[in-house]
Design a protein around this ligand. Sequence first.
Ligand code: PMV
Length: 332
Amino acid sequence: MISKAQVIQPFLPATLTPGEQAEAFAPSNIALCKYWGKRDKELNLPINASLSVSLAHLGSRTRITPALDGADHVLLNGTELAVDSSFARKVIAFVGLFRGTLAQPLIIDTHNNIPTAAGLASSASGFAALMLALDQFYGLQLAPEQLSAFARMGSGSASRSIFSGFVEWQMGNREDGMDSHAVQLPATWPELRIGLVKVATGEKKVDSRAGMQRTVETAHLYQSWPLQAAADLTRLHDAIVEQNFELLGATAEQNALSMHATMIASWPPLLYWQPESVAAMQQVWALREQGVPVYFTMDAGPNLKLLFTAEHEAVLSAAFPDLEVVAPFGQP
Ligand code: PMV
C-alpha cells in the first residue's frame, strides 16, 4: 500500500518557504450520486465515481499563521480544541503531510458558516479549505486536480469541495490515486434549490469511514452498489445537460436510498435514520403525490436534503417550517 506522504512528496518543493499567513474558503457539497466504499483506505480511493453540487457560500474558511509558542493550535469556530481531540489530530496529521521536516508549529483556525442547526457534515469543506490554505501558505502552486487529489486524503468528499457548482469525482484507477480527483462540470442551474431538513445534530455513533468499511465487508447487497452508482452517474449527467429536474431528483433520491439499503444490510446493521427521518421522507412522497416536484437525498446521518426548484420554495418552506434553503448557483 502506498502512503499519503509517498504520493505527496514528489509534488513538494525541495525547500518550503512558508508565508506569513494564508486564508482560504471552500464550499460544503451534497452528493447526488454518493461515494460509498473505498478500494484503498490509506488514500481514500473510492470504489465508485460520485457527483455533487457545492453549496456556494456555505462552507469553511481556514486561516493558517505561524505559532510563536512552539506548539500547534487548532481552533474551530473561535474555540481552541485540545490537540488530542479527534478533529485536531486529523488536522495536525494532514498538515504534517505538507510541512515535512520544517516542522514549523502553526495556528490553524477554521470557521464553518454552515448553519450549525442544519446537521451538515463539515469535513468536506474543512479539508478542502485546509488544503487550499496550505497551498497558499507554502506557495506550493498545485494544480486544481492535485489540490483535489490531496484534499481527498483528508476526507474523500473533500476532493469535490475544491470546486463550485456541479462536480464529479472521477474514481481513477492508478495505484497512487493521482487520477482520482474531482472536476467541475461546465453547467449551471440557477433555479436549483437545496433545502436542509434538520432531524438531529451531534456526533453520530458510526462515522462514514467506519460505516463504509462495515458495509463493504459485511453487506452482500453492496455488490450491486457500483453498478447502481455508475448508472445513476450517467442519468445525472443527462439530467444536468437537459436541465431535467425530475430526472435529477429521482436519480438522486434512488441513489441515496440504494446506498442506505446497503448500510441497513450490513452486520451489525447500520441505520442512520430516526423516526423523524422516515416521517420527513413520507412527507416528501405525499407532496410529490400532490404534484409538488420535490425529492430528497441523505448522507450518513438522519437529516434530509431536499431538492427542488425556486418556484416551489414557498410551498416547501410552509411544509417544513425550519427549512434552510440554499441556492447553489446564486443567492435566492
Ligand atoms: O468524505 P467522507 O469520508 O466523510 O464520506 C462521505 C460519504 C457520504 O457523505 C455518505 C457520501 C458522499 O459522497 O458525500
